[in-house]
Write a new protein. Structure first.
Length: 221
């Protein structure tokens, strides 16, 4: 089977595949950044003494974590234009959906990180006259982020793999670019094999980096 592979088709398709890969990386970066920021706010809300904030954040996290990402992508892409009367577009829909969805997962990671900081450090910060917001910003969140950094990056690797789901709404990510090239040249096997190797190379490399980072940031006990 490998003897029948047409490498010329692979070379000809590389520029288009590169465009798809760039969108996959852009989607990953935007969803990771927005997800961590929004997720941190969700984590703080879930730990809030105010029941309204706590329950609202918990409902958001539990609902999104209970629905498949593909369904969320399709709902947003199909329903929002019906409500607003304006098309969102496949790429914008993917960016918004992934950010909102991943926030639920990053939020739970950050909540665990905040809870991993010893209570004594929070009490010490308050004893020094720091308010709640300043204690969180200067004492708790930096330590929580350090503790959870390997887990956050692992979730980002999963996020990169999940970007292939935007294929369902026609956004030109790496997988969609491979499918289009495969149809244009009538060589789908080469395209899907190549894209599988690209996903593996990126995810394997990042996984190794996360393991090394985890060893470096680990706090001796």
């Amino acid at each position: 089977m490998l003897d029948n592979l047409d490498l010329e088709v692979v070379r000809a398709s590389l520029p288009f595949l590169w465009t798809g890969l760039l969108f996959s990386l852009k989607l990953t970066l935007v969803a990771m950044t927005g997800g961590i920021v929004f997720g941190t706010l969700l984590a703080l809300a879930r730990l809030s003494p105010f029941a309204v904030l706590r329950n609202s954040a918990a409902a958001y996290v539990n609902i999104l974590r209970s629905i498949p990402l593909l369904m969320v992508i399709l709902w947003f892409f199909l329903v929002i234009p019906l409500i607003s009367g304006k098309p969102v577009g496949a790429e914008n829909s993917a960016l918004i959906t992934f950010t909102l969805f991943e926030a639920a997962f990053y939020g739970e990671i950050m909540r665990a990180g905040i809870q991993s900081v010893p209570r004594g450090q929070v009490d010490a910060a308050r004893a020094l006259g720091l308010g709640y917001a300043q204690s969180m910003r200067d004492v708790v969140l930096p330590q929580a982020f350090r503790n959870m950094l390997p887990v956050l990056l692992t979730q980002t690797i999963i996020l990169f793999q999940d970007t292939s789901l935007v294929y369902a709404i026609g956004a030109t990510d790496l997988l969609k670019a491979a499918e289009i090239s495969g149809k244009n040249y009538n060589r789908p096997v080469e395209m899907y094999l190549l894209v599988a190797l690209i996903y593996f190379a990126i995810c394997f490399t990042l996984s190794r980096l996360v393991r090394r980072l985890q060893a470096r940031v680990a706090i001796p006990r």
